[in-house]
Write a protein that binds this ligand. Sequence first.
Ligand code: AMP
Ligand code: MN
Ligand code: MN
Length: 330
Amino acid sequence: VESFVDYLPRAGAIILTGHEHPDGDCLGSQIGLYHLLRGLGHEVRILLPDAPIRSLEFLCRTTPVAIHESGAELPPCDTLVLVDCAELGRLGALRDAVIRRRPRIAVVDHHVGSDRADGSIGFVDVEAAASGELVWRLYRELGRRPDAVAAEALYCALVADTGWFRYSNTDAKVFTIAADLVACGADPAAIYDRLYRCQPAQSLGILAEGIGRSEIELDGRVGFVAISHGLLERAARVGFDLDQVMEPLRSVGGIEVVVMLKELASDRVKVSLRASGEIDVQRIAKVFGGGGHKKAAGVTLELPMAESRARIRSAIAAALTARESASGLS
Ligand code: AMP
Ligand code: MN
Ligand code: MN
């Protein structure tokens, strides 16, 4: 994999993209990188596989962000940069358009295995707390400073993947980056308000329903929340970010893994896994063809809800048992 910085002078026309259902890290990192590359004189645009959730729309207010329309061609470009993912398979409907156009694929990412995925050019570090950290490092390496728009976007990236500096990937370096981004014009309180204090009134009912559907199993160590297709659609209609439903479950003492299952269709379920202890959820997701990080991973199963839940449940049960017998030996 060739270094992204070394390759840049030969990059030609660049399109930035990321995984489908972009989160704060994915979108914020693209916006940060967009302004860096523009400032260096590159021809660059952002093309998302699908629209970001409403709470992230504010990030796009001063940066042009296009959304791929299914069936459309990829605009002419020489280089496609995957940000916060490393596989064309994560681009949803955009994947086929990319394959038809065959641009060079570069990767800016921090997921496990992203150095061995679809990019022939890369800036990859699985130790990075967020892809936004990598973009901040690119600014340094290229001798640039983020402007206020880029700083806000990169701050969003950082807080999205560190849970506002609560997760175990929060280290001294993360706070150094955050301090630098605030110095560059990011306003933490204003960003928090945009993300979490502008929700529609209906989001309370959806949150309450999600909490009501939460179940704790496997000796109090695993929490499940299954989101039916109907609830998923209502959440999408009001722009409520269902990831917030996992937080109350994560607040329960003794819970080591939280599982959220979203019924995308009758035989298609998006699974989100979050770990607080020593269970490696990336390894569990990988068994089913997904991936992510040790403490946050995901996978989409082509199965009905009940079967998806059962399969994930037994994989977690097996991981808990394996951990138990390993500690029993020591
Ligand atoms: P999510 O539950 O979708 O928020 O994902 C948690 C983490 O796992 C994020 O870093 C995602 O980018 C990653 N992830 C989610 N789904 C997949 C997948 N199918 N393949 C690889 N990584 C994934
Ligand atoms: Mn992401
Ligand atoms: Mn990320």
